[in-house]
Design a protein around this ligand. Structure first.
Ligand code: SAH
Ligand code: SF4
Length: 346
């Protein structure tokens, strides 16, 4: 196959995606990242969107084999933030000039339909910010209520597009159910984010190609490709972490295939590589999601080990990110950074 030709094609076949994911020569990789950067500039511009995350509860009813928050992990000290604490943290995010707030937690039904709706509504009263929910799989009626209460976006990763692997990682969940949730969310008018984890046990390059193609089929507004990092007290604690190179290749190929979609340089990537954020932003990413979870909760949100930026003060975090982003000739966006897709504006 001819690398240059593939990089400039409008549509890529699965075989071509696999070919790109298998590149290993340093010069070929540089060509791939440069092309992804070019496509990012064309469809997203030079602005980097910041999304302020509040990890408001680490209780979880699920048992995903890879995750430190899984219900069976009895070693983890659990916490729940009160609605007042969550709303107060949202205020701090808004005051630091960030216009998207991500409310993230384990699957924790302690926060029922009304409580989440109250939190969304209260934050919306403060300012015209976008609210992204990342609460796992919840009821279809709940998604609807929260949309009416003002939620704009929903983030629910498909994790793997391989149905067999999906059923192994999630004993009581199935891939087709997750896809049904994503489609319903889209129908309700949410801007929808999904994506995978790279380097999960048993996953192949072909599976990753399918992940990218599933993101395309779902016509997502945001797609996140994060590296798997083994987490203590989980069945996968002794597995190998994802390779930085494969993570960057996946992000770059995804940018070339998906074009007008938001792609984050994840905290997980920054955790496995000192310069992960910058490398990600140069390989197709246009979003960064700083963590605003207050102490002491932040240290207890242990999805995986040694999460990056655990000791940062939220305010200094923004200036640190600004320096990093400006050092590569990009700038922090002053807008909400809504979907890049036209259908939402019509
Ligand atoms: N409970 C919600 C949101 C919190 S988990 C949900 O599952 O959607 C957010 C993300 O953390 C998951 O989508 C998963 O991709 C990621 N994650 C979990 N365990 C991880 C690990 N060991 N390494 C890297 N990412 C992990
Ligand atoms: Fe719970 Fe989400 Fe972790 Fe699964 S990935 S155990 S749903 S927090």
């Amino acid at each position: 196959m001819n690398l240059e030709k593939i990089l400039y094609k409008d549509e890529l076949s699965k075989e071509e995606i696999i070919f790109l994911l298998n590149l290993s020569d340093e010069r070929d990789l540089q060509k791939l990242f440069n092309r992804a950067d070019e496509v990012r500039a064309k469809y997203c511009g030079d602005e980097v969107h910041l999304r302020g995350i509040i990890d408001f509860s680490n209780y979880c009813e699920q048992n995903c084999l890879y995750c430190g928050l899984r219900a069976d992990n009895t070693k983890l000290q659990r916490y729940r933030m009160s609605p007042e604490e969550i709303i107060e943290t949202a205020k701090q995010i808004i005051n630091s000039g960030i216009f998207t707030i991500v409310l993230q937690s384990g699957e924790d039904n302690y926060y029922d339909t009304d409580l989440i709706a109250y939190i969304i509504y209260s934050i919306k009263q403060i300012a015209d910010v976008a609210i992204t929910l990342s609460l796992g799989e919840r009821g279809f009626d709940e998604y609807q209520t929260w949309r009416i209460a003002g939620a704009d976006r929903y983030l629910l990763k498909h994790e793997t597009a391989n149905p067999k692997l999906y059923s192994i990682y999630h004993l009581h969940q199935q891939l087709n159910e997750r896809i049904a949730h994503l489609k319903f969310l889209k129908k309700l008018g949410y801007q929808v984010g999904s994506g995978n984890m790279i380097g999960l046990p048993m996953q192949t390059i072909e599976d990753i190609a399918d992940d990218i193609l599933l993101c395309k089929e779902l016509d997502l507004d945001m797609a996140a490709f994060g590296p798997f990092i083994p987490s203590p007290f989980t069945p996968y604690r002794n597995k190998k972490p994802a390779s930085v190179e494969l993570t960057l290749k996946t992000m770059a190929v995804a940018r070339i295939v998906l074009k007008s979609v938001h792609i984050p340089a994840t905290t997980a990537l920054a955790t496995i590589d000192e310069d992960g954020r910058i490398k990600g932003l140069k390989a197709g990413a246009n979003v960064v999601m700083p963590d605003f979870t207050p102490f002491p909760y932040r240290e207890q949100y242990q999805i995986y080990a040694n999460r990056k930026c655990m000791s940062d003060d939220p305010k200094s975090c923004r200036s640190c990110l600004q320096l990093q982003i400006e050092s590569i000739g990009r700038k922090i966006s002053t807008s909400r950074g809504d979907s890049l897709k036209m259908h939402l504006n019509s």
